[in-house]
Ligand binder design. Structure first.
Ligand SMILES: Nc1nc2c(c(=O)[nH]1)N[C@H]1C(S)=C(S)[C@@H](COP(=O)(O)O)O[C@H]1N2
Ligand SMILES: [Mo]
Length: 244
């Protein structure tokens, strides 16, 4: 959990103080302006997945069909074609590292899907493009005893997981593009995971490691009670709540 947010009792504590009320106002402004800077303020209020909304009021504020920018860390180093690297390790025939150029040179898959955070916000019909995770697993050669995949981020904190079966789906991408161009830094670029059938928390940002494992190792939010199998509509979500 982000140190700055945790150390702020007004935000992490239960009482709804003045700062939270101010935050509600900022949230409304974010919906109108949609700017990255204002939205960072919004996510500071909401918390990475809205768990600092003790009243539930924040979830009722109409903020439109726009993305929030989430990070559990205060800052994340920037990486680009010059220094980006994705390592595929663990229970594979051959460990291998990819540069951004190498990922771009592989066959690309494009999907247009809604993006849904478990807290209730949803962005309709987002375009995603990138390398099928299955292709990277095949290239590495998954060993017989492998059952799952663990993902790590170069933010140094966030982790995620999938079963091998989930990881091999044709709607799970190592995404290089999102919306209308390359995945921006704030959205987890240059490379993030995109797990189309599951809630947003499965789509790890700033992807740097894919480790093939013998069993599922629950990810960052899963250690805090969110479903490991984060299927949209089937696990601890609010997407059937029209106000959510
Ligand atoms: N590294 C990292 N990945 C992350 C998160 C995060 O805080 N850090 N938040 C997750 C959650 S809860 C959601 S809803 C999406 C949000 O993606 P966005 O910031 O591009 O809107 O990223 C997911 N991936
Ligand atoms: Mo989320």
């Amino acid at each position: 959990m982000a140190a700055a947010q945790d150390s702020d009792p007004d935000i992490s504590g239960a009482p709804v103080g003045r700062r939270v009320i101010l935050g509600l106002f900022a949230a409304g402004v974010a919906g109108v302006l949609g700017g990255a800077t204002v939205q960072k303020g919004l996510s500071a209020v909401l918390g990475p997945i809205g768990n600092r909304d003790p009243t539930g009021l924040v979830g009722l504020i109409p903020v439109g069909d726009s993305f929030r920018f989430y990070s559990v860390t205060d800052s994340v180093p920037h990486r680009d074609a010059g220094n980006y690297r994705l390592d595929v390790t663990g229970l594979v025939g051959a460990t291998r590292g990819y540069t951004l150029e190498e990922l771009r040179a592989m066959p690309q898959t494009t999907l247009v899907r809604d993006f849904q955070c478990v807290t209730g916000w949803r962005v309709p019909e987002v375009r995603w493009s990138g390398v099928l995770l299955a292709d990277l697993l095949d290239a590495a050669g998954v060993r017989d005893e492998a059952r799952a995949v663990r993902f790590t981020s170069f933010d140094g904190e966030y982790t995620e997981s999938l079963t091998l079966e989930q990881a091999r789906r044709d709607d799970v991408l190592v995404a290089l593009e999102m919306i209308d161009g390359p995945v921006t830094h704030d959205h987890g670029g240059p490379v993030r995971l995109y797990v189309a059938p599951m809630y947003g928390y499965k789509s790890l940002k700033w992807l740097s490691g894919i480790e093939v494992t013998a069993k599922v190792i629950p990810g960052y939010w899963e250690q805090n009670g969110y479903a490991v199998d984060g299927w949209v509509g089937r696990s601890n979500g609010r997407d059937d709540d029209p106000t959510g």
